[in-house]
Write a protein that binds this ligand. Structure first.
Ligand code: ISL
Ligand code: CA
Length: 521
């Protein structure tokens, strides 16, 4: 519909800046690299970029630990590099959004440095969540909350006089102290950050941990028994506290001064009603729904994930969002079984995703069909943590740099001898160069699908109708007339009637092979 905001059916492309393209030969991707590849992104046909954090950061968590939210980290370039990227992207009709991290800062943020240098109870300390410890000498954490990265969510500081001191809250790594959103200075500073980037021409923000920020009164203990923790946000006092909605309304009131700007929140909330609350008309424009990034390759489960995601926003008139993966989860090819089968299924799911009404987020490398990489311990950089008795080896396996061209690593990603994480030698076959001219490649599939989605009238309408289909299969129809069919069984199935517009594998004899999807009109 012509009156719809641009983002309502847009395809966003998530750039993980360290891993996309390196422009200065230090082996680490940067904003100059993104700028160099705008031609590629234009060819792919995406409407907008989401840049994972590029602000100044000591990089304890890939930039999600920000020490200056109103500057670009030198690793990625500088403010002038960002300005140049924005100008050139806009001239190519590609919008640019960036990550904002309002739940916490880096320990190197001047506020945190001032907080630990001043006394308990000071105004400096009051921007974070400092508490005295429990037990004898305050040597136990103030409550029992665990950190997402393992261990307690509290770290004890040494006071200026050298004595063991207060504890500060960090839901994530100890390098990421949580801000106290009860303190008005915290919002005032975020407002400065919002305006700083919006005035420079940024088209919107992805808001990190948008279900965080607000904390429950008194920060009480929570039930951390294995079956309750994280399984259901109702039991997890660290997230989705009611006060968060007031923060989103205040953010929105500023965003609304910039007519085309968009916000998309990272909202890991399972309950549909609680999820939908985040995209009420005066809160976030969009919220990530991760159901498609978590679901197995099984038609019934995929259908339930789609129905649930749509139901979660329907009540408040929001647009659904779809994503198969991001920088925090295993790449879909691997999730679906790896190898040829995993790739076939990932291609099929790409067609399912791109057939749906709403906003799409493609994680860089998905369009190349990249698998997760099992990296050797000695190269891992992401925090490694203990959970439920086993070691989580961080998320670097989905953050390996993209292969662009050539026959050997680092495949044109960098002019340096090696990239910050090693690229597997077998990725020669899935480089951009290897795929771009090949009509059967995953890159071509994405290109065609994104183009058809943008130009064909059959993709219109906000809703879908389900077809009855054999068990292990699903088929839905967009109101405009596009039909998408998916086969998760092990045998071919008859296709619904219509002309095949695009398919994840060649179609013969009106039958859809196993591990495949097709679009029909
Ligand atoms: O809350 C969770 C489960 O209920 C977590 O999944 C959490 O929301 C998620 O890990 C948050 O991720 C984001 O913030 C992190 C950062 O490490 C991730 O890369 C980012 O996507 C801390 O800033
Ligand atoms: Ca670089």
């Amino acid at each position: 519909r012509p009156t719809d905001p641009w983002w309502r059916s847009a395809v966003f492309y998530q750039v993980y800046p360290k891993s996309f393209a390196d422009s200065n030969g230090d082996g680490i991707g940067d904003l100059g690299g993104v700028r160099d590849k705008l031609g590629y992104l234009e060819l792919l046909g995406v409407d907008a970029l989401w840049l994972s954090p590029v602000m100044r950061s000591p990089m304890a968590d890939g930039g999600y630990d920000v020490s200056d939210p109103r500057d670009i980290d030198p690793m990625f370039g500088g403010l002038e590099t960002m300005d140049a990227l924005l100008a050139e992207a806009h001239s190519r009709k590609i919008r640019v959004t960036m990550d904002l991290v309002p739940n916490h800062t880096s320990i190197e943020h001047p506020w945190f440095q001032a907080a630990i240098a001043s006394a308990p109870g000071s105004a400096e300390r009051d921007r974070y969540i400092f508490r005295d410890g429990r037990g004898i000498d305050g040597s136990e954490p103030p409550n029992n909350w665990p950190s997402i990265f393992g261990g307690p969510a509290w770290t004890r500081i040494t006071e200026a006089d050298g004595t063991p001191g207060q504890w500060y809250l960090h839901i994530f790594a100890p390098e990421q102290p949580d801000l106290d959103w009860e303190n008005p200075e915290v919002f005032d500073d975020l407002e400065k950050t919002l305006r700083f980037w919006l005035d420079r021409g940024i088209d919107g923000f992805r808001i990190d941990v948008a279900h965080g920020m607000a904390k429950p009164a008194g920060i009480p203990d929570m039930d951390i028994s294995e079956n309750k923790l994280l399984a259901n946000s109702d039991n997890d006092l660290r997230f989705d506290n009611d006060g968060v909605h007031d923060i989103h309304r205040r953010i929105r009131s500023i965003i609304d001064e910039y007519p085309d700007a968009v916000t998309v929140g990272e909202v890991w909330v399972e309950d549909n009603e609680r999820f939908g609350a985040y995209v009420r008309p005066d809160e976030l424009h969009l919220a990530f729904n991760f159901r498609l990034a978590e679901v197995a390759f099984d038609a019934a489960a995929v259908r339930a994930a789609i129905e649930n995601s749509m139901a979660a926003v329907a009540g408040v008139g929001g647009a659904p969002t779809w994503t198969l993966s991001n920088h925090d989860v295993e790449r879909e090819v691997t999730r679906y079984g790896d190898g040829a089968i995993g790739l076939a299924r990932a291609r099929a799911m790409a067609l399912v995703e791109l057939a749906l009404p709403g906003t799409i987020f493609v994680y860089n490398g998905s369009e190349l069909g990249l698998p997760n990489v099992d990296l050797p311990d000695e190269v891992l950089q992401d925090p490694v943590w203990e959970r439920s008795g086993h070691t989580e080896r961080g998320r670097d396996g989905c953050r390996v740099p993209l292969p662009w061209e050539g026959s050997a690593p680092p495949f044109g990603f960098t002019t340096a001898d090696r990239s910050w994480l090693p690229i597997p030698a077998e990725w020669a076959d899935c480089s951009v160069e290897a795929q771009i001219e090949d009509v059967a490649s995953t890159l071509s599939l994405y290109r065609h699908a994104i183009e058809l989605r943008a130009v064909r009238p059959e993709f219109s309408g906000d809703d879908i109708d389900w077809y009855g289909s054999p068990s292990g299969c699903l088929a839905f129809r967009r109101r405009g007339g596009l039909i998408c069919a998916l086969n998760t069984t092990t045998a071919p199935i008859p296709l619904p009637p219509g002309e095949v517009l695009l398919s994840s594998v060649p179609i013969e004899g009106g039958r859809l092979p196993a591990d495949a999807a097709a679009w029909l009109v």
